[in-house]
Write a protein that binds this ligand. Sequence first.
Ligand SMILES: [Ca+2]
Ligand SMILES: [Ca+2]
Ligand SMILES: [Ca+2]
Ligand SMILES: [Ca+2]
Length: 226
Amino acid sequence: MLKLPLTATLLSLTLYTGATAAVADKRPVYPASLVNELRPGNELADYLNIIPRLLERFDRDDNGLDARDIALSEQKAQAQIRANAASQFLRMDLDGDNKVTRQEVSDTSAQRQHSTQALIDNQVRRAMRDDKNGDGVLTLSEALASAEAHGCRRPTADFGEQLLALDPGKNGHLTSAELSTIATGLFKTYDSNSDGVISTKEYETGRTLVHIATFTPPTNPDCLMR
Ligand SMILES: [Ca+2]
Ligand SMILES: [Ca+2]
Ligand SMILES: [Ca+2]
Ligand SMILES: [Ca+2]
């Protein structure tokens, strides 16, 4: 007689726990790249070989990954976006007067291979969207302002921050040695029989034991279209 209410209580507890699983998830969180580099058949040495490369893309001064490295990497990427916009602008400025007219966009576009009137019109419409003061002429500053406004935070910046969140000493610098220790821990989580190799079965189980960090969705609708 006592069993029914107990089962019901357990059932409701299970449902409740299930509903709050996302909040109560205590699995360690790792950046996707760190997890995705682990593959069936991997030995620890194979895996640790690639670890320094994950930091190198940010830590150009080789003193560990820090917030400044991430900010610099992002600034460089945004500068590249502006440089591309400027380059595109200059290639359309056929008479070199630092202004781009509809005719220049149209003429540039018509020179491309497999150009059609529809493609040309589309190109003109897209280029002229940046003519914010509506005077029919695109200036370099208008083109750059548009690149700036549409500048999208890259997933790479999130990846840098996800790595930095792993910093065991929380001193703001994640060194290659620290990341290797973390990667070794992740490898051991997968390698349940501790034979130094990730079997296919261990790989499949391992992926359920860790949580992969999520990326910040873009807030700018233009970023979603790119
Ligand atoms: Ca650094
Ligand atoms: Ca011009
Ligand atoms: Ca204008
Ligand atoms: Ca194993």
